[in-house]
Write a protein that binds this ligand. Structure first.
Ligand code: GLU
Length: 300
């Protein structure tokens, strides 16, 4: 059995959109990369709806995203997991972290953190204000945080960007795992779900590269496996901003005559040197699967 054959026996990938709006070309690129990587490894590809923050998500957006994925020929396997239904599972993971002595309650507010330093991604580096305040976990608080004071430097290898190391305590600070309103943070939910779904390969946009060390640290604290990571270049608009709902990126059209051209646009962003000129959606995915690992790019 060669390496690719051995890997395909166990490969599990996923696409995990947050239903805060329809998919745009940027999210299509992330979906495409994760899907084609799974196809190229003869693996399974799962869909997970990351609606943990109910206030920002809507069923309507979820419906639109799923219709878009269908129109573009994505075919997920297994059940679609929805984070809004998984509070009990996250509670269990939180208990494990509490028992491991990793969690403390924090009373800081956005206002009190205004003057805290920021990292290169523009995120506030939590200065550890409440780390030794001994606030009872059931007393009023603004957030539960993960103590990173004794975290070793976290190193992981990304299939595109190579080796990366982050010192969480100084570059991120103790990060939030649950807000006072009971909403679990993306970092915790994504780690618990990737582990429970047996995800072996995470493929997503490079905007999430800076989150990966936090997730690896959580995986270590929860004693679950670390998947392989591949972050693919994000799509920017003419002003250089990442396409997103905030930058008013246009939804991808599901009009039948728009689908194939849009698939080609997304592909050219990922692999400009591997030309595809497909006449049907089926042919597109077939060619994409054949060409994905060509030229040594994205190989593992
Ligand atoms: N839900 C996240 C997003 O839509 C993606 C999470 C992930 O792929 O890890 O940006």
């Amino acid at each position: 059995m060669n390496t690719l054959e051995a890997l395909s026996k166990s490969y599990v990938g996923r696409f995990a959109p947050s239903p805060t709006g329809p998919l745009h070309v940027g999210s299509l690129v992330a979906a495409m990369a994760s899907y084609v990587d799974a196809l190229a490894h003869n693996g399974r590809w799962l869909l997970r709806i990351e609606d943990v923050d109910a206030a920002r998500c809507s069923l309507e957006s979820e419906r639109i995203i799923r219709a878009q994925l269908d129109a573009y020929g994505f075919a997920q396997q297994g059940e679609v997991l929805r984070q809004s239904e998984r509070a009990l599972t996250y509670d269990r993971a939180l208990r494990t972290l509490i028992e491991g002595g990793h969690i403390y309650a924090c009373r800081c507010t956005r206002k009190t953190l205004e003057s805290a330093p920021k990292n290169s991604d523009g995120e506030t580096i939590y200065p550890g204000t409440c780390r030794h305040a001994n606030i009872a976990l059931n007393a009023p608080h603004t957030a539960l945080r993960l103590n990173t004071a004794s975290a070793p430097p976290i190193t992981f290898v990304d299939r595109e960007f190579g080796e990366a190391t982050q010192q969480l305590a100084t570059e991120i600070g103790d990060f939030v795992v649950r807000r006072s309103d009971g909403v679990y943070a993306y970092q915790l939910a994504v780690v618990v779900d990737d582990a429970e779904q047996g995800v072996t390969h995470v493929v997503r946009g490079a905007d999430l590269l800076g989150n990966t060390a936090r997730q690896v640290f959580l995986q270590q604290a929860l004693d679950v496996a670390t998947p392989r990571y591949l972050h693919v270049p994000i799509v920017r608009n003419h002003s250089g901003e990442k396409l997103s709902k905030q930058t008013r990126a246009a939804p991808i059209s599901v009009e039948p005559h728009d689908v194939l051209p849009t698939l080609h646009i997304a592909w050219r962003h990922l692999k400009p040197d591997a030309v595809i000129d497909a006449r049907s959606i089926g042919e597109f995915w077939q060619r994409a699967t054949e060409l994905w690992l060509s030229g040594g790019q994205f190989s593992d």
